[in-house]
Design a binder for this molecule. Structure first.
Ligand code: ADP
Ligand code: MG
Length: 332
């Protein structure tokens, strides 16, 4: 079975399971829905949905806000703004939302010294992580895909985007999912919801608390698919994890995963996973990817310099975390 067929099958099973158990804790008033968006299963839980029709309307608003982000920022859809930007040789006018994401991405790119780089679209395509046949490219192929990329080759003036090189390909894969989660939370808030969670396959944001207590969020163990590394107790925060186990292939026992180091064009090798807690999911998403590339020390400095907190599992399995995160961690 091809990878995408297998993925579709697994999604169908996951959705069926959620449909069965989606009523949450019986009398608890939890209201849960899941949908496939942005290449993953997005699950929204409302704790205070009120009447069923109000809860359905709030859910619908949140999912459509995310679908809108997907429609403009996906690199795979020919009609998206990102696809239009990628095909263009001339400056392109984008929506306010896409401009906002590009601006945040460029800021994190600068703050990370280029470890975060939303212009590496050609490099990502070369490795083929999105297709059925990923492969290890040759050194000359990698060198060619790195040619002319970098945050300095993308200029943003208001909503007008200029590529330094017509061949530049923008990829918002490390930030758009987080932004979509933020839009969903904004839609829920506008619908009067005050306690909810939006989880897009590990990009998660919490609105309010969980019945007067923090939410308990299990962070996946990077080497044990069924295992929880730690549980974080959080309220009103975004939690995003980037890991080398999410999308990878193996050749002769070597793992090649989808977070690339723009300095050498190869999978970043300092970490197994990075979890970032920040005020917004877009920020946490971008920082988790950036910190993954930078490694535990420089990565933690970057995250904390932008007001976030981080938890690292280094390549050798060693766990380290921000001082201010320690009192929110519970071992499983
Ligand atoms: P996930 O998509 O699994 O949640 P990430 O948020 O870490 O994980 O995003 C990984 C995606 O980001 C890759 O699939 C690719 O599209 C893009 N990407 C890979 N390396 C970088 C990088 N150094 N800087 C910015 N984007 C990257
Ligand atoms: Mg990310």
């Amino acid at each position: 079975m091809s990878r995408s067929r297998l993925f579709a099958l697994l999604l169908a099973i996951a959705l069926a399971a959620l449909a069965l158990f989606g009523r949450g804790g019986g009398d608890s008033g939890e209201f849960r829905r899941a949908r496939v968006l942005m290449g993953t299963v997005v699950e929204i839980t409302l704790l205070d949905g009120g009447a069923a029709s109000d809860a359905e309307a709030a859910m619908e608003a949140a999912f459509s806000a995310m679908a809108e982000v997907e429609a403009s920022m996906s690199a795979h859809r020919d009609d998206s703004e990102v696809a239009r930007l990628n095909a263009a040789a001339e400056p392109v006018e984008v929506s306010a939302a896409t401009a906002e994401v590009l601006e945040l991405g460029l800021r994190v790119a600068t703050a990370s010294g280029g470890a975060f780089d939303l212009t590496l679209g050609r490099l990502k395509a070369l490795w083929g992580f999105d297709g059925d046949a990923p492969r290890v490219p040759s050194d000359p192929e990698i060198a060619a895909a790195l040619q002319g990329i970098g945050p300095a080759s993308l200029r943003l003036a208001g909503r007008r985007v200029t590529k330094g090189d017509a061949a530049l390909r923008v990829d918002l894969g490390a930030i758009a999912k987080g932004y979509a989660v933020d839009r969903a939370v904004a839609a829920l808030r506008a619908a009067g919801i005050r306690h909810a969670s939006v989880n897009a396959g590990g990009d998660l944001r919490l609105l309010g608390d969980h019945g007067g207590r923090p939410w308990r969020i299990g962070i996946q163990h990077p080497r044990d698919p069924q295992g929880v590394l730690v549980t974080l107790e959080l309220a009103d925060a975004a939690v995003v994890t980037s890991g080398d186990y999410e999308r990878f292939f193996e050749v002769e026992g070597v793992r090649y995963h989808h977070i690339l180091d723009p300095r050498d064009g190869r999978p970043a090798d300092a970490c197994q996973s990075v979890t970032v807690v920040a005020a917004s999911a877009a920020e946490a998403d971008a920082l988790a990817t950036a910190a993954f590339v930078l490694g535990p020390e420089a990565g933690r400095r970057l995250v904390e310099s932008r007001g976030g907190l981080a938890l690292f599992v280094a390549a050798d399995g060693e766990v380290s975390l921000s001082e201010d995160l320690k009192d929110r961690v519970r071992r499983p």
